[in-house]
Design a protein around this ligand. Structure first.
Ligand SMILES: NC(=O)c1ccc[n+]([C@@H]2O[C@H](COP(=O)([O-])OP(=O)(O)OC[C@H]3O[C@@H](n4cnc5c(N)ncnc54)[C@H](OP(=O)(O)O)[C@@H]3O)[C@@H](O)[C@H]2O)c1
Length: 300
């Protein structure tokens, strides 16, 4: 597979009206890639495009929870460009209801967030309800799958060797799941499939509904967010096995100050976008089916 000139590449970034997604668009576009900045809200998306002032960035609406919206985007790309080279699945939802003032008052150290030590401390100010868990899984896992499936026929037409970057989280790391049986299931690359991933998610929702999260061995720090990203990583591995000519990876962008973590993060979006951008521009034959902590390959 030949290395293509960067100016011939076309990328889609989901959830790109702000935060890490917007910065990923900017960094790709500054390097010469034509980027379709997508957002579920037309005004927020168009305002974001205007803020960049880059002629190689255009807007298209995309709500990752809506299959019609994904199909309309695929149709637009087919008619206007006839192929797609890079897909960055970045859109994400936290899945919890937060008492933001209460959270700020706790003054949680970044180190406690990252290590998980803050799990008990934040239980009083971060509520996991069923409805938000469904939204979270439908955005972070099923949304990524929906958009990827709609755009795969176009990615297969890339002569660059398509790249898919799934923006994950360190909450996805298998060692963070308390339940041994769940850890073994999602780590078993030989047996991973979408059916298995979705069975795990259904059992998670069932235990959440019945108040059995802790007894069931599920993560108690941001439960649905954590499980959505566990599922996203597992899906990344399934996809990478299936599409050997592509580079399909997932990445923890770092603890970045954005709305999704109520601005408790410590890194700037400029640094948070570095991992996704590096993986979007991997040379043909680069790593695939791997998890990165920012720009470094790490253990799932
Ligand atoms: N910040 C961190 O420290 C951190 C750490 C680990 C992982 N991540 C991951 O990084 C990614 C980007 O998050 P961020 O930190 O940049 O947070 P953010 O600023 O809150 O951005 C989240 C983006 O996702 C969009 N979105 C949510 N639901 C959507 C839907 N149904 N369809 C389309 N777009 C949707 C939001 O759009 P609206 O404006 O319309 O809501 C927004 O543009 C997420 O996947 C997140 O899980 C972030």
């Amino acid at each position: 597979m030949q290395q293509q000139p960067i100016s011939s590449l076309l990328a889609v970034v989901t959830g790109a009206n702000k935060g890490i997604g917007l910065e990923t668009v900017r960094q790709l576009a500054v390097q010469g890639v034509t980027v379709i900045l997508t957002a579920r809200d037309k005004k927020r998306g168009n305002d974001a495009v205007s803020s960049l002032q880059l002629s190689n960035v255009l807007f298209h609406q995309l709500d990752v929870r809506d299959a019609h919206s994904a199909a309309a985007l695929a149709d637009f790309i087919l008619r206007k460009f006839g192929k797609l080279d890079i897909l960055v699945n970045n859109a994400g939802a936290s899945g919890v209801v937060v008492d933001v003032a209460g959270l700020r008052a706790l003054n949680v150290e970044p180190e406690s967030w990252l290590s998980g030590k803050a799990t008990n401390l934040v239980q009083g100010v971060i509520q996991q309800n069923y409805e938000n868990a469904v939204t979270c899984l439908d955005t972070n896992y099923y949304g990524c799958k929906r958009v990827t499936e709609a755009l795969l026929p176009l990615l297969k037409l890339s002569s660059f060797g398509a790249k898919i970057v799934n923006v994950s989280s360190l909450r996805s790391e298998i060692k963070r799941i308390p339940g041994e049986k769940i850890r073994a299931e999602v780590a078993d690359i030989g047996n991973l499939s979408e059916e298995l991933i979705e069975d795990v998610l259904q059992r998670f929702l069932e235990d959440l509904k019945n108040g059995n999260l802790e007894a069931g061995g599920w993560p108690m720090m941001l439960p649905s967010y954590s499980m959505s990203k566990v599922a996203l990583n597992a899906y990344t591995r399934v996809l990478a096995k299936r599409h050997q000519g592509m580079c399909i990876n997932c990445v923890h962008p770092g603890f970045v100050k954005t709305d999704i973590n109520w601005n408790t993060g410590v890194m700037a979006t400029e640094d948070g976008a570095k991992g996704p951008v590096m993986l979007a521009l991997l040379p043909p034959g680069g790593p695939s089916g791997r998890y990165f902590d920012q720009t470094t390959m790490a253990e799932f």
